[in-house]
Design a binder for this molecule. Sequence first.
Ligand code: PLP
Length: 411
Amino acid sequence: TTSAPQAASIHKSGKLANVCYDIRGPVLVRARQMEDEGHKIIKLNIGNLASFGFDAPDEIQQDMIRNLPNSAGYSDSKGIFSARKAVMHYCQQKKIRGVTLDDIYIGNGVSELIVMAMNALLDPGEEVLLPAPDYPLWTAAVSLSGGTPRHYLCDESNGWLPDLDDIRAKITPNTRAIVIINPNNPTGALYPPEVLREIVAIAREHGLIIYADEVYDKVLYDGETHTSIGSLSEDVLTITFNGLSKNYRCCGYRAGWMIVSGDKRRARDYIEGLDMLASMRLCANVPGQYAIQTALGGYQSIDDLVAPGGRMCRQRDLAHELITAIPGVTCVKPKATLYMFPRLDPKLYPIANDQEFIAELLEAERVLLVQGTGFNWAQPDHFRLVFLPYEGDLREAIGRIARFLETYRNR
Ligand code: PLP
């Protein structure tokens, strides 16, 4: 008898060598294990609204249920008519001009469209400018698509606004595009029109595409308003991403869209690539697409949550007050989103590896955060805090963080 040859180990593709997505990384795996062992973990790690009692609007759910019998077939690859028509109307409200039905793609959340947009664009060696800190899917999508991510700094001392000089300094002949996340995850920053205009001017000068992730454009506090960068030019090719996940509290329905605006003639070939990738995945989840028209045209209940005294606004205020009361912790107060990105003074907290720091906090206090380096922030001196839990849980969680940091200082 001959024995079977030793089977070779199965390894992942080299394409994944530089792909990283720490929000659902190893510390989350450990947290799951601890939950399985019976521990209750307070999760300040993921912006999943439904799991904190932020229910999706009833009308959206009812409309989806009503349309379920019509949703069993594939739709047009770029999306159903009513959803794209509603997004077109939305473009009008946001003053993004010249958008036709054909310029709108519906996807399984913004996530799918981000990966699609990068895949259709990049050849090896081509560079994309991304914010640091960023929502790490963007960096991961650039790497997965064979491109090279180049991070420009957002300036904490200036409300986390993009550092325009750093953007200019990082442009090379290989730069194809610039990504902005506005409102920003993880910092909660909201970019004023002056800054957006400067970014448009830089993109125009260097022939860059602008990718604008605006998935939090209705989660705004203190009466702030949001400007879509796509509304500020008719020439620079701009791709704007948005969806129902956050503004309408239904991440699980996987409904998002992307809008192509600006000089589309120059981008004919790229648009052909986008169309091909949209066709290859046949279509986005159809029941989710049916929710889009109702959501955009319905009662904007997010306004009540973010208004002074509304639940999200109260939780933002409380989390910010409590976290900044801890010695050596400073934090720019978010103007938008569900997140803040506090800084730990390295003199008091000499952290060498922030993933280990977050893992230690989890073991000691059963509170789960995400480390700053998970957002492509280079120094191990920040973390992201999600302020979605009810006030009682937030107080408890931040109290535990404070206790952990006290022991850390006294080591
Ligand atoms: N973009 C940003 C900035 C996000 O924070 C998220 C989710 O947290 C996404 C995109 C993904 O959104 P979707 O649920 O539409 O895929």
